[in-house]
Ligand binder design. Structure first.
Ligand SMILES: C[S@@+](CC[C@H](N)C(=O)[O-])C[C@H]1O[C@@H](n2cnc3c(N)ncnc32)[C@H](O)[C@@H]1O
Length: 295
């Protein structure tokens, strides 16, 4: 019996070679960086899953994941277990204030009769970030479209994540009472319908404006997305090493329209992340605008 974090665990311990194989596999396929200090997390997560499916040891499980028959499906389950999906509605108020006070007014100032506002939430987890952005943008668009003389502008938000189970939850758009505790009353009334079982369903009008797509942020070449006006990528880069983060930013920049905005998690400090990005100073938010003059 192994001792993990001071407690007794029935899971096998990994030797150095096994740890190195597993971390290389995870880094290669997901970009996820697991330092030595997270070894017991890896042992426990793998151990729990191996117990569920009756696989006796780490090496057998490693080979199982490479198998053509069930490996791919099992990989999706394992990735979901190893990734952290913590999220909530209205999670980071300064970034949302930045969206309302700077991004939206600026985008409509530079293109007042735009017909589309396209947003991408990269690493959207179970959808709370996507619907939060949706509610705030719909509020803005209501006012804008009332004033507009030409056709209304419509909103399209794409949420993307490597975890398929997280995306399934996001698509259901059904949240329990605890999950909606941070939603301001006004938004709760307008964008949710209370269900008999105490849960809250996002209204159809907002659901129609969003879609959720599986993707791997380190493999963005495969994503066929039009360039975006706004990209939110919050609390995702922290799981990658410095080189990967740089690579990811390069790909995100390519998917931004010239003049589009990139909003990262406030703690994800990056010095000079890209020559085409200008950092916009705003209290407690980490935000950039892509230069209008791009080659
Ligand atoms: C902590 S959550 C952040 C959710 C949301 N952005 C927020 O700030 O509330 C991180 C998300 O990144 C996703 N993720 C991790 N590695 C990924 C990868 N390689 N490609 C796409 N998504 C990834 C995880 O599945 C998880 O849902």
């Amino acid at each position: 019996m192994a001792v993990l974090n001071g407690s007794l665990s029935c899971f096998e311990q990994m030797d150095d070679v096994q740890f190195s194989h597993w971390t290389s596999l995870l880094e290669q396929r997901t970009g996820m960086h697991l330092p030595r200090e997270r070894r017991s997390f890896l042992e426990t997560s793998l151990g729990l899953r191996m117990k569920e499916i009756g696989i006796p040891d780490f090496t057998a499980y490693y080979h199982h994941l490479q198998s053509e028959k069930n490996g791919q499906q099992e990989w999706l389950t394992l990735v979901d277990r190893l990734t952290i999906h913590e999220t909530r509605f209205f999670r980071h108020q300064p970034s949302l204030d930045f969206l309302e006070e700077i991004i939206l007014p600026e985008l409509f100032k530079s293109e007042p009769d735009r017909k589309k506002l396209q947003i991408w939430s990269a690493g959207c987890s179970t959808g709370e970030e996507v619907y939060t952005l949706g509610m705030l943008c719909q509020q803005f668009l209501k006012q804008h479209n009332n004033r507009a003389v030409s056709k209304p502008c419509y909103l399209a938000i794409t949420g993307m994540d490597i975890s398929v189970p997280a995306l399934v939850t996001a698509r259901k758009a059904l949240y329990d009472q605890y999950k909606v505790r941070h939603v301001p009353e006004q938004y709760l009334e307008e964008y949710f319908v209370a269900q008999h079982n105490g849960r809250y369903q996002i209204v159809e009008a907002l659901k129609k404006r969003v879609c959720f797509v599986p993707f791997n942020i380190i493999d963005m070449k495969k994503t066929l997305l039009e360039p975006m006006d706004i990209i939110f990528c919050q609390n995702v880069l922290i799981y990658f090493n410095r080189d990967r983060r740089k690579q990811i930013i390069q790909h995100l920049v390519k998917r931004l329209k010239p003049g589009g905005f990139l909003v990262l998690g406030a703690g994800e400090s990056l010095n000079n992340p890209h020559p085409e990005l200008e950092q916009i100073s705003y209290p407690n938010a980490l935000a950039f605008r892509r230069s209008e003059l791009v080659s």
